[in-house]
Design a protein around this ligand. Structure first.
Ligand SMILES: [Zn+2]
Length: 396
């Protein structure tokens, strides 16, 4: 399997209505090989979208390739990998058929696949009423007909690893941010997708069961991403983190200032459950992997006494359980150096709040507050993102 630059293959004379795809492809790892035939699928790795398209499809030309890329992006955006969670093989196969019908009903032009003899699933070809996939699934799941699957399944999504809600949220964020960027630069948005600006454009599309990501998480990921852009630039220089396998490296984001660390400081005195913090830790993990940020999670009450690699989610969560007591933030501010990107997760109750000074930092710290308490005060010191308690408890 080898890495392939799909934007290079489709960007020549691309139609205006399809230009949004080029913005998406900047965030997607694309793969191909010649052994598999008429195969395309998507999967997620640490919150990054990956797309495989077999070489015979690529060779058929730009029109088929473009429609195939769209097909996979819609699977990712509509949460189809997430929908496969906790399903058995037959259920995943059934869902795959229904998801394909849904995609081909609106946003993707299935007649292009037909033209290339690829037998796309449609509501008509499967003899199904035009209803959202989850509605059909509920009716069909208890009595799945093997012959129905044999006759209609011609997609490989069901074979990929299902992803968690958090990973789905991170993936959606990435897609929406690329849409925002396309929109900012004056390009039309596709049917059935919308930018993070939520102007209601397009989401009246066919499927409504998109995983909701909380606003605070979106803001946090956006913040991390923006920090990342400050000190990185695109380059052909090869970075070890961008290894794709088999020694192949991808054109990556190269660190401009390697001294920058990402520090995630967890206030362990706060009355937070591990579940609450798991959401944040996973989101930070995915975002920092994608942005190539190296960093540490810091555990502190009155002094920093534990540091864990930011990518080691399980150790971070284990540490969270061990703490209690009062909190002083100055120990973290002293530990951090001016180049560092600093994010505090806290309920806001620092003992030394009125003695804090964040002037030395190039990037002002971000405070993720789980209460509204002292919000105004913290905003003098850096950026504040508040997490409504309902989001922590209701969010699935
Ligand atoms: Zn599909």
């Amino acid at each position: 399997m080898r890495n392939v630059n799909l934007s290079k293959l489709i960007n020549y004379n691309i139609q205006e209505k399809d230009k949004w795809i080029l913005y998406q492809l900047e965030n997607i790892n694309c793969w191909t090989d010649s052994t598999k035939k008429q195969t395309a699928y998507c999967y997620s790795k640490d919150g990054n979208l990956n797309i495989f398209i077999s070489h015979d499809i690529i060779r058929e030309g730009k029109q088929l390739l473009t429609e195939t890329i769209k097909h996979e992006i819609y699977h990712a955006y509509y949460g189809h990998l997430n929908g496969m969670l906790h399903k058995n093989k037959a259920q995943r196969q059934l869902l795959n058929i229904l998801y394909d019908c849904s995609i081909h009903q609106g946003p993707v032009n299935h007649s292009i696949f037909t033209k290339h003899n690829m037998n796309p699933c449609t509501y008509a070809s499967c003899d199904l009423p035009i209803l959202p996939p989850h509605v059909l699934y509920d009716k069909m799941k208890d009595n799945i007909s093997q012959s129905f699957i044999l006759n209609h399944l011609n997609d490989n999504l069901w074979e990929q690893s299902p992803i968690s809600d958090v990973e789905q949220s991170v993936l959606q964020n990435s897609i929406e941010q690329a849409l925002d960027k396309a929109e900012e630069e004056g390009h039309a948005l596709p049917n059935g997708l919308e930018g993070g600006t939520s102007k209601g454009k397009g989401r009246e599309g066919f499927e409504m069961d998109i995983v909701k990501h909380p606003k605070w998480l979106k803001e946090l990921i956006h913040t991390i991403k923006n920090y990342g852009q400050d000190y990185k630039h695109k380059s052909w220089h090869r970075e070890p983190r961008q290894e794709i396998g088999g020694g192949i490296m991808k054109r990556g984001l190269t660190n401009g200032k390697s001294k920058t660390r990402f520090l995630f400081a967890i206030d362990c005195s706060a009355s937070m459950s591990t579940q609450d913090i798991r959401i944040c830790v996973s989101a930070i993990h995915s975002a920092s992997v994608r942005e190539g940020l190296q960093g540490e999670a810091l555990f502190f009450d009155t002094h920093v006494d534990k540091k864990v690699d930011i990518r080691d989610t399980e150790s971070i969560l284990k540490q969270v359980e061990l703490y209690g007591g009062g909190t002083e933030f100055n120990c973290v501010l002293q530990y951090a150096s001016p180049n560092d990107i600093l994010v505090f997760w806290t309920d806001g109750g620092a003992w030394d709040l009125h003695q804090l000074n964040t002037d030395k930092f190039i990037h002002k710290p971000t405070f993720v507050l789980t209460t509204d308490w002292k919000q105004k005060w913290y905003s003098k010191l850096g950026k504040v993102i508040t997490v409504p308690k309902e989001d922590l408890t209701d969010w699935r």
